[in-house]
Structure formats: structure tokens, C-alpha cells
Write a protein that binds this ligand. Structure first.
Ligand SMILES: NC(=O)c1ccc[n+]([C@@H]2O[C@H](COP(=O)([O-])OP(=O)(O)OC[C@H]3O[C@@H](n4cnc5c(N)ncnc54)[C@H](O)[C@@H]3O)[C@@H](O)[C@H]2O)c1
Ligand SMILES: [Zn+2]
Length: 407
């Protein structure tokens, strides 16, 4: 749909006229369209109970001077969505989920001129959202050194309110301006698949930036990436685009290890082929021609995997632990053998900063440029009304990244 040259006032009028209806009722098969192409209402996939989404229809709110209305094109399903779907650990139900989304600006207030990086935006541009920073003076645009971003909100994990259009599993998302603290980026120069992968890729750009602070990660480093889900696979891709070439992937799923090779891993070790940690560490050492790793990335949520990874790292080596976005329980280590006598430098890594987002856009172009099969990370695509099926497919671990692609 071509949305250029639409008069904002006209849109606002249309939207306002649409708000007199009882939009929060059950969804009709197809939404009534207002003149100018923007419907009066939007479908939102609401997680209303454990393992259950309902497609609801809500009025599209009036677009204020600082707000943006985005027509959603697609959104990836994240591990966090899977946790919400299964157990609602954040107590958000009913909630409009979906934070790995992207779409096209169809209306925006008169004060919206540039994105969070200062790049001009216009109707028709493709955008992604990043974190919502509220009024926290400790967290600023490009300086997050004072504090990490643990406390920030994101669209797709907000409590439901009278706007309702708060997540990307939806026809439209409403990006609130002003004090709400939304951040968003104009990513019109990236294709749809790349845009859907921005959020998970930013996690790895950040992890590699954290790893670099140790001073141990170099071009010629021997690097272990443990876990070849989307996170580990993207980790390999980020390392490859940086010119790191000596990468050993460790997982128990041969299909994932094969894909790791296509992403740029030089060697793979299937932990299921080895009995006990000593034999496994021996296999990693053998893969590196008789050397332990200089650096390791821990990309599983398994405490055993955390305990194991120290055994793959040489004296004076480094570790980046990023696999525990949620509490996966305690892990046992031997402080003498694993850290103290080895002098291992460890960093934790947690989501990303706004600056990492900007780096990620370039990473995605470079990854494509060197022929990494990034789009193949998206193994399944479902329309919005098949969202329950999409989540079940995700839980079954049948593919890698499962995405909702709007029709
Ligand atoms: N730090 C962050 O900000 C951040 C952000 C997103 C996700 N994560 C975390 O990253 C982890 C990985 O995410 P994902 O989407 O790739 O998950 P995933 O479940 O798809 O992949 C995990 C992989 O680890 C493998 N694995 C399990 N146990 C192993 C072991 N002992 N040794 C080697 N491999 C093992 C599995 O076979 C699987 O392929 C999750 O636990 C998630 O919580 C962290
Ligand atoms: Zn995510």
C-alpha cells in the first residue's frame, strides 16, 4: 500500500471518527477500512492465557504530535516470547507480545522529524523500535556506561493499557512520543528478513563488544561458541564479519552444527559424541590442533554448559556468558581450576545498547555481503492468525527463528 503524500490531519480525522465504534469487541473477519488506507481498527494478537493467543480488534488511537503509527510487516518469535507463552514469568497476561518486529510508518505527528540516531524519517519509511527509556537520567542515547539497560522497557513486553497496540504481533503498532521514552530507527535500507533479525543480532553485537573489553579477542583467536541456536549462530556470524576465522561450534544437534559451518564455524564438536567433560574438552582441543580456546562464548541456557565451558579455555583466556537471559538455576564451577589458577577474564552480556543497534544495521549488510546465509535463520513464517501454531512450532524446536509475516 502506497502511503506517501497522505495528509496527517486527514488521517487523524479519520482515526478519530473510527474511535467512536466499539472496537474492543470480537474481531470481524476483515477490518473496516477508513479513507486513505488506514483502517479504523487493528488486529492485535493478545496472549490471554497460558499457551493461548486471541486475535482482538482495537481502535487505532489518535496519532498525537509526537507519535508514530506503523503498519507491521513482520516480527520474529523470541525465546522470551516462548517463556511468556508457556509460563508468563513476568505476570503480563493479557499482553500484546512481539519485540522483534518491523514495519512501515503510515502516519506520524508533526513533531516527528528524525529517528533516535538523528536520521530523517518520513511516511513510508521502514522502522524498528528499540528500548523505552522513560525519564531515566542514568541512561542516555549513546552513553549507557553509567548503568546497563536491565531496567528499560520494550514494545512487546509492556503491560496492556488503553492504547493496546503495544506489541509487534499485530497489524499496527503505536509508537508513543514525548516523555514515554520510545526509541526507534529508520532501517529502510534493509530488507524484511534483515529487519526482523535486528533485535537478536544486536544481542550478539553487544556480546562481542563486551568480549572485546577483555583485550583477549583478536583476529587470530581460537574461539569456542557453545550452543548453536539462533543466538550462537548469530554469534558466529558476527565473529566472521569481524574477521575472526578460527571458530569451533559446540552443540548436540548435528543439523545445527552443520548450519554453524555455513555461518562460518571452521570446526564443530557434537557433545553427544563424547562421554564426560574431559573427553569433550579433549575434542575441542583437538579441533584447534592441540590448543585450548583463547576465548569462549556461552550461548546456551544450560547450567551444565556453563560449568563445562571453562574446560575449553586456555590459561589467561576469556569468557563471555550470555546464555542466561532468564534464571536457569545455579551452575557448579571449581574456583581454583576454572578461574583462579587459569586467570580467566569473564564478562557477562545482557541485551544491547542503542549504539549496538546502529552497529547491527552495518553488521547485517556485511554479513550478507560476505555471503552468510542470514535469511535462512528464519526457518518458518506464519500469518498473524496462525500465531498459536507458530508458537507451538517454536516450542517444538523444529526450526531456528520462527516469524510472523503479515499478509
Ligand atoms: N544475554 C542476552 O541478552 C540474551 C538475549 C537473548 C537470549 N539469550 C539467551 O541465549 C540462550 C540461547 O538462545 P537461543 O535462542 O539460541 O536458544 P536455543 O534453545 O535455540 O539454543 C540453545 C542451543 O544450545 C544447545 N545446548 C544445550 N545444552 C548444551 C550443552 N550442554 N552444550 C552445548 N550445547 C548445548 C542446544 O542444543 C541448542 O541448540 C538462551 O538461553 C537465552 O536465554 C540471552
Ligand atoms: Zn528477543
Amino acid at each position: 500500500m502506497e502511503m506517501n503524500n497522505i495528509n496527517i490531519e486527514e488521517i487523524v480525522k479519520q482515526v478519530l471518527s473510527g474511535m467512536t465504534g466499539n472496537g474492543s469487541q470480537a474481531a470481524p473477519a476483515s477490518a473496516p477500512k477508513a479513507q486513505g488506507g488506514i483502517p479504523k481498527t487493528a488486529r492485535v494478537a493478545m496472549l490471554t492465557g497460558l499457551e493461548h493467543y486471541d486475535i482482538k480488534e482495537f481502535p487505532i488511537p489518535e496519532v498525537g504530535d509526537d507519535d508514530i503509527l506503523v503498519k507491521v510487516e513482520g516480527c520474529g518469535i523470541c525465546g522470551t516470547d516462548a517463556h511468556e507463552f508457556k509460563r508468563d514469568p513476568f505476570g503480563l497476561i493479557p499482553v500484546a507480545l512481539g519485540h522483534e518486529g518491523t514495519g512501515e510508518i503510515v502516519a506520524m505527528g508533526k513533531n516527528v522529524k528524525v529517528d533516535t540516531a538523528g536520521k530523517p524519517v518520513k511516511i513510508g519509511d521502514k522502522v524498528v523500535t528499540c528500548m523505552i527509556f522513560k525519564d531515566d537520567p542514568e541512561i542516555t542515547m549513546y552513553d549507557l556506561n553509567k548503568k546497563n539497560v536491565g531496567g528499560a522497557d520494550v514494545y512487546g513486553l509492556l503491560p496492556d493499557d488503553d492504547v493496546h497496540l503495544n506489541g509487534w504481533f499485530s497489524d499496527y503498532i503505536f509508537i508513543r512520543g514525548g516523555k514515554f521514552g520510545s526509541t526507534f530507527f529508520n532501517v529502510s535500507d534493509l530488507d524484511l528478513d534483515s529487519r526482523i533479525l535486528i533485535e537478536p543480532c544486536a544481542v550478539l553485537v553487544h556480546a562481542v563488544e563486551r568480549a572485546k573489553t577483555t583485550g583477549i579477542l583478536r583476529f587470530n583467536s581460537r574461539v569456542v561458541v557453545q550452543g548453536c541456536g539462533p543466538i550462537g549462530l548469530i554469534c558466529i556470524a558476527v565473529l566472521r564479519t569481524m574477521g575472526v576465522e578460527n571458530i569451533c561450534a559446540v552443540d548436540g544437534e548435528q543439523k545445527r552444527l552443520d548450519f554453524a559451518k555455513r555461518m562460518g564455524a571452521t570446526m564443530t564438536v557434537n557433545f553427544k559424541d563424547h562421554k564426560g567433560i574431559e573427553e569433550l574438552a579433549g575434542a575441542v582441543k583437538e579441533a584447534f590442533g592441540g590448543h585450548l580456546a583463547d576465548f569462549a562464548f556461552q550461548c546456551t541456557g544450560s547450567p551444565v554448559a556453563h560449568s563445562n565451558i571453562y574446560k575449553f579455555i586456555r590459561n589467561g583466556g576469556g569468557l563471555c556468558e550470555l546464555g542466561f537471559f532468564i534464571n536457569g538455576g545455579d551452575a557448579t564451577i571449581n574456583p581454583h581450576f576454572d578461574i583462579c589458577s587459569k586467570e580467566i577474564t569473564t564478562v557477562g552480556s545482557w541485551v544491547y545498547t542503542l549504539r549496538d543497534y546502529a552497529t547491527t544495521f552495518d553488521f547485517l549488510k556485511r554479513a550478507k555481503g560476505i555471503g552468510l546465509p542470514m535469511s535462512e535463520l528464519i526457518t518458518h513464517r506464519f500469518p498473524l492468525d496462525k500465531i498459536n501454531e507458530a508458537h507451538q512450532t517454536n516450542l517444538a524446536m523444529a526450526g531456528l527463528k520462527i516469524a510472523i509475516i503479515n499478509e
